[in-house]
Write a protein that binds this ligand. Structure first.
Ligand SMILES: Nc1ncnc2c1ncn2[C@@H]1O[C@H](COP(=O)(O)OP(=O)(O)OP(=O)(O)O)[C@@H](O)[C@H]1O
Ligand SMILES: [Mg+2]
Length: 371
């Protein structure tokens, strides 16, 4: 693979002009913090505060020209509003993260950390991982909530074994439903599981926002969010608007081979959400009869891929009937068989996730607000 050089990136960025001034963003000294690693490119574009809101197009254009360079696997450009643009590009290597321009994502009162479980594509076991992770976090003594953000095909009511509708004693806020000591909110509580749901763009966000903010979560150490599959606009908006402390990427060995996992990763990098690590699901096959292990999908790819991408590898969960039967039956393995090897693995994953989010300082509100 062609090696990507700083010079090549800067040359490409010289084709991007500042819409308000004569000259390109490199020679105007607007590019800073350029970092290259194994084909992944990150940089900041420094702009004045008052222009930030208008320059999303410029940011995208800059990403696009760098994406076109041979050997570039991902590009992430952020707009930073520093007091003053510095000297030429490359010289200023310190894009201060506190200068980042983001949409406001007000915290959810009482909820200490929000962690999304996501994947590049569907059917890889996000919901199964989300529920077992939530239960494993609970078993560590934490207060835990589970938000099923898959409004297209909610699965948590079934997986958590919860039926019923949330009540609203004050007519304004909903009380989440509860099982196994975990508070759960899902669109599946509002509409029967089989009803196909058609959502228009803006409705998606308002549904998620209501499930996040109009629900009496109480005091939670951690809220686990089961995201819908894919990395399209809806998921991106969600990742952008929910104040996430981090994301866990679930992938199967095949999906890693097909690079779908990277899409999930890049989506979070784009919106500045730390990726806490990768879980390899359906990693190998455990025969229910003889207990023999077969690596049907060349397992281990996730660990190598994680290494390559500079992301932590959190653990591997085999393809095992017991996992499917328990979660599809509404009593996930971490509660139905806490002593099993799989439950132990989920607890190890949970410990790592909690260690990472607990170490993070509570998210300060963004300093710069774009109206
Ligand atoms: N490790 C595993 N071993 C056996 N079966 C599994 C495992 N992980 C998930 N499954 C099963 O695979 C199916 C898909 O899993 P799940 O619903 O968790 O995936 P998902 O990524 O949430 O899917 P979607 O993209 O549709 O939301 C379910 O029937 C689930 O029980
Ligand atoms: Mg799911």
């Amino acid at each position: 693979m062609a090696e990507v050089t700083e010079a090549a990136v800067l040359a490409a960025l010289r084709s991007v002009g500042d819409p308000d001034r004569d000259g390109n963003i490199v020679d105007l000294g607007m590019v800073s913090g350029l970092a290259l690693k194994n084909g992944h490119v990150v940089f900041a574009i420094e702009v004045d505060r008052d222009r930030a809101a208008r320059l999303e197009g410029l940011r995208r254009q800059a990403e696009k020209v760098v994406e076109a360079i041979a050997g570039v696997l991902s590009v992430s450009a952020v707009l930073t509003a520093e007091r003053k643009a510095k000297g030429p590009a490359g010289a200023a290597k310190s894009a201060e993260p506190q200068g980042r321009v983001q949409q406001t994502k007000p915290a959810v009162p009482g909820v200490r950390a929000i962690v999304a479980v996501a994947s590049g594509k569907g059917g890889v076991g996000k919901s199964t991982t989300a529920v077992n992770l939530a239960l494993a976090l609970k078993s560590l003594g934490l207060s835990v909530g589970l938000l099923d953000a898959d409004i297209y095909g909610p699965s948590q009511p079934r997986v958590m074994g919860i039926k019923g509708r949330p009540s609203s004693p004050d007519g304004k806020r909903l009380l989440p439903l509860e099982n196994y000591g975990i508070k759960v909110m899902s669109m599946g509580f509002m509409v029967p599981e089989e009803t196909p749901m058609i959502w228009r763009g803006p409705m998606v966000m308002s549904a998620i926002n209501q499930m996040l903010r109009d629900v009496e979560w109480g005091e939670l150490d951690i809220l686990v969010v089961d995201l819908p599959p894919g990395t399209g606009d809806a998921q991106l908006t969600m990742a952008q608007q929910v104040p996430l402390s981090g994301a866990v990427i679930v992938s199967t060995p095949q999906d890693i081979a097909l690079l779908d996992a990277r899409k999930g990763l890049n989506m979070f990098r784009k919106v500045d959400v730390p990726v806490l690590g990768i879980v390899e699901n359906m990693s190998y096959f455990l025969c229910p009869h003889c207990g023999e292990r077969s690596d049907i999908f060349s397992h281990g790819g996730a660990r190598r891929e994680a290494e390559k991408l500079g992301v932590d590898f959190l653990g591997e969960i085999p393809l095992d009937m017991a996992i499917r039967e328990t979660s599809d039956g509404g009593h996930p393995i971490v509660v139905s068989n806490p002593a099993s090897a799989h439950s132990k693995t989920y607890r190890t994953i949970a410990e790592q996730v909690w260690k990472k989010v607990a170490a993070e300082p509570r998210k300060a509100p963004p300093r710069i607000v774009v109206e």
